[in-house]
Design a protein around this ligand. Structure first.
Ligand SMILES: [Zn+2]
Length: 278
């Protein structure tokens, strides 16, 4: 891959993490993130730095993958010659419609779940991107990496994502930047750049709790694992805010923890998030 493209993807990830962190709790990690963002930005060639600065004012999603000859940022079809140019990546190419920079995804896990048929009733709220088959009311793993592997394995075996190993690697890379564990024993491990479908969420409960953030004494008991297409990054922030709001209430956490079947966990999740996740 063109090193500048790789650089831009990393920079975008840090920008998005900063927005996520600010939405959740802020604090000291923001200083470290800001320093990393500044370093990466300064390393860019001046013309690209100017483009990034301009785009960041509009939308944190500035560089998106091309998938099936479509710009995943705006959903518009891209001419074959441009798809070729994006694949070769000798220079930075932009989408003629939304002007986002484009890259050709290599080696990333992909979504494989089929879209619901048109005859099915329209799904709403959290049911649009999760399912009873993605509920794990009793996680077996006793540490963070094990929990991530268990939820990635579930997404793979239930036919939502094609490559569980790459999903695990992506989630662990994300945890290494800054832990996704937040207060109240919640954690939101996730992988961005999982293209080919919509956002997918799996939920795992650990009654005993696992240490998700090595620097934090609080154990994590409720884990939302999410595979995110790059263009759904903005939507993911809303989802994150909605889930964090719902489960800041101890009664809602107790209700989730009490379920011991996937069906029960699913029903409770759908009911509790009806107001906060649209
Ligand atoms: Zn576009």
């Amino acid at each position: 891959m063109n090193p500048i493209i790789n650089h831009l993807i990393q920079l975008q990830e840090l920008h998005l993490i900063r927005v996520e962190q600010a939405a959740q709790r802020g604090g000291h990690m923001l200083e470290e993130l800001n320093a990393s963002i500044q370093t990466l930005t300064e390393q860019l060639p001046p013309d690209i730095r100017a483009t990034v600065a301009k785009m960041q004012k509009r939308d944190p999603v500035m560089i998106v993958p091309v998938c099936h000859a479509v710009c995943t940022g705006c959903g518009m079809r891209i001419p074959t010659s441009l798809v070729q140019a994006v694949r070769i990546a000798e220079q930075i190419n932009i989408c003629p419609t939304c002007t986002r920079m484009l890259f050709y995804p290599e080696g990333a896990p992909r979504q494989i779940a089929k879209a619901p048929s048109r005859t099915e009733p329209r799904r709403v709220g959290i049911t649009r991107f999760s399912s009873p088959s993605l509920m794990l009311p009793r996680l077996a793993a006793t540490d963070r990496d094990g929990v991530i592997r268990e939820l990635a394995f579930l997404m793979k075996t239930q036919g939502f994502v094609d490559d569980e190993q790459k999903l695990v690697e992506g989630a662990l890379r994300r945890e290494a930047i800054v832990s996704t564990a937040v207060e109240h024993g919640l954690a939101f491990p996730h992988v961005r750049g999982v293209e080919g479908g919509g956002l997918t969420l799996a939920l795992g409960i650990s009654p005993k709790g696992v240490r998700f953030d090595p620097s934090d004494k609080t154990l994590t008991r409720i884990v939302f694992f999410v595979a995110i297409p790059t263009a759904a990054s903005g939507f993911y922030l809303k989802l994150l805010a909605g889930l964090a709001e719902t489960f800041s209430d101890p009664e809602t956490r107790k209700a989730l923890m009490a379920e011991d079947t996937p069906e029960g966990l699913w029903k409770t999740l759908v009911k509790l998030t009806k107001r906060t996740v649209s």
